[in-house]
Design a protein around this ligand. Structure first.
Ligand code: 1GP
Length: 235
């Protein structure tokens, strides 16, 4: 699944935020040069995840990975599940509670599970994930806390660490934090939230992100996709 051997791009599709026509427009653009992964989910998504996955499969033959906001978003229709533990927070519901609610269904489904240490980083205004999870993000200047948290996640067995500024964040995760965390872990590093330009994407990769997640900007400007993808070839 996620790798630290090559730079990878994941596109986040939040079913609650796309109309069918907009989604088809983006999928057609991605057909030409597909990203490495599609993530499906969101903090408040209640729209049908299964329908969205079926639609994506009509256009793309790449792994579709669930990125659930809570246990109700689990579906065996995906190819894999990011089993997110919100390790930057101190809300037991998002550290282990939602996992207890979904564990038996997940195990029975046989779906591939990727345990992810999910870390919310302060990024300006309050984000949906901060509000919904009722957790404090790590301050963006507290690089050492981010490093200690990521290393704790790795030692606990997480197979990836995700530095998350939050969807639509004012500011992406700072380069200095990405690079310090990258130096201290050996599992793949995922970075996302507030990345809207080729420049910001390049910065995230150059700082040490193995996988960059982009969502929000493509809901507004799907035409930006080819330019974002082509950035990978220039690294
Ligand atoms: C959100 O990191 C992802 O969970 C993507 O963020 O929607 O801001 O690109 P954006």
């Amino acid at each position: 699944m996620f790798s630290n051997k090559e730079k990878q791009l994941a596109i986040l599709i939040d079913p609650g935020k796309y109309g069918v026509d907009c989604l088809i427009d983006l999928l057609q653009k991605m057909q030409q040069i597909p990203p490495h992964y599609i993530l499906v989910g969101g903090s408040t998504t209640s729209a049908s995840i299964d329908e969205t996955i079926n639609l994506i499969r009509q256009y793309l033959d790449i792994p579709i990975i669930l990125f659930p906001g809570n246990a109700s978003q689990f579906t065996p229709q995906a190819d894999a599940l990011m089993y997110l533990s919100l390790i930057s927070g101190r809300n037991p519901d998002y550290l282990i509670g939602q996992h207890v609610l979904s564990s038996i269904s997940i195990k029975k489904s046989g779906l591939k599970v990727v345990p992810v240490g999910y870390m919310l980083i302060e990024s300006g205004r309050m984000t949906s994930v901060e509000y919904i999870s009722n957790t404090k993000p790590i301050p963006s200047n507290k690089v050492e806390i981010a490093v200690c948290t990521a290393v704790a996640g790795e030692l606990l067995g997480m197979r990836s660490i995700y530095l998350e500024a939050g969807s639509g964040a004012d500011r992406p995760v700072p380069a200095e934090m990405i690079s310090a965390v990258k130096k201290n872990i050996s599992v793949p590093l995922i970075v996302g939230g507030g990345i809207r330009t080729v420049e910001a994407l390049k910065n995230a990769y150059a700082s040490g992100a193995d996988v960059v997640v982009i969502g929000n900007v493509l809901e507004e400007k799907p035409e930006l996709y080819p330019e974002l993808f082509e950035t990978l070839a220039l690294l």
